[in-house]
Design a protein around this ligand. Structure first.
Ligand code: ASP
Length: 333
């Protein structure tokens, strides 16, 4: 009898310990932050028609709501980032996926990358033209290959084998991007038009993730790859510091390793997220006349939307109930 009671008691103790450990591993902070961007550039109140600005506002809000839904329900930062970027890729408003710009040959060549701050795993694709959602291919590279970056035909073949949706390159044709291609070609417009989409998130499990997707720059040289699919340049995430997604003149972002630099300034120089972002974008890049911006979130949920252009399509939402979408330089969050 005594033996049975002792066994029962031991079983009870084991069960309690087991419950306790399940509880601990499933522990959440209850805190999340989501930030999105739809590209930085000459986005001006005086030149952007109200009706178009309204379309951007509505789409940014929809994207933000979908990502927030995932995070609010305990979903992963990586899933929120993937969802938000896929939605922006499917919209003709942004220079990524459906709305990608044309290169000098009149072809769409797209780049994308994603990074998981919890384990420093990353995936990217570059110079693809028939994968409907390049960000899904980037995630598949991260999750189903031992590699980080696949390009051109290799990336396309891999995406097809993964069962991702493939489209005829004509899917990416949009009238507005074609017109701007023709304007740049005829030199009626100085410089290259750009844009990009990106998302960074902190989830309730304390994990950070970042992703970026782009059509690059209008009239870029065929084969040119920008910063967006380069881990450390256009995208970086590390639970120890922050998650960053960039937009702007890619060559400068590569040369300055912008996304990694912001995290490194926090990690090694003990700068706050805001201090690091301000230094890199508003001081270092500005001195080089490099245009662009970043979105970032740190492990505490602090976030930054920093740009040195006239505007950046952007939005943010936090578990504390702060949220907003904006595009002009009226105020910097
Ligand atoms: N960074 C992108 C690139 O250089 C373009 C952009 O974000 O505007 O390809």
């Amino acid at each position: 009898m005594k033996k049975t009671l002792l066994l029962l008691f031991l079983a009870f103790l084991a069960l309690t310990a087991c419950k306790q450990s399940t509880h601990n591993s499933g522990k959440t902070t209850g805190k999340y932050t989501l930030v999105i961007h739809g590209g930085a550039g000459s986005i001006d109140k005086n030149t952007l028609p109200d009706s178009i600005a309204q379309q951007y506002r509505v789409k940014l809000q929809q994207v933000l709501d979908s990502g927030t839904y995932i995070l609010k329900n305990g979903g992963k930062a990586l899933d929120a980032v993937t969802k938000c970027i896929t939605m922006m890729e499917n919209s003709p408003l942004f220079n990524a996926g459906k709305g990608a710009v044309f290169n000098a040959d009149g072809v769409n060549e797209m780049d994308a990358s994603i990074m998981d701050g919890s384990n420093l795993m990353a995936g990217a694709v570059a110079n693809v033209h028939s994968i409907k959602n390049p960000i899904l291919a980037a995630r598949a590279v991260m999750e189903h290959t031992p590699h980080v970056l696949l390009i051109t035909k290799g990336a396309e073949d891999f995406a097809r084998k993964q069962g991702l949706e493939m489209v005829d390159p004509s899917y990416f044709f949009t009238e507005s991007r074609w017109k701007s291609y023709l304007r740049v070609k005829a030199k009626m417009e100085p410089g290259e038009k750009h844009g990009t989409v990106g998302c960074v998130a902190l989830d309730m499990h304390g994990n950070l993730a970042a992703g970026t997707s782009t059509g690059g720059m209008t009239y870029k040289m065929p084969g040119r790859v920008g910063d967006s699919p380069i881990i450390g340049a256009g995208t970086y995430a590390d639970n120890a510091s922050c998650a960053v997604s960039c937009t702007g003149h890619g060559e400068y972002f590569i040369r300055n390793v912008v996304a990694y630099d912001i995290g490194a300034l926090m990690k090694y120089n003990q700068l706050s997220l805001k201090e690091a972002a301000n230094y890199v974008i508003l001081d270092k890049l500005k001195k080089q006349k490099a245009e662009g911006g970043i979105i970032a979130v740190d492990k505490f949920g602090n976030f930054a939307l920093t740009f040195n252009t006239s505007g950046m399509f952007r939005g943010y939402a936090t578990s504390e109930g702060f949220s907003g979408v904006s595009m002009f330089k009226d105020h910097q969050e």
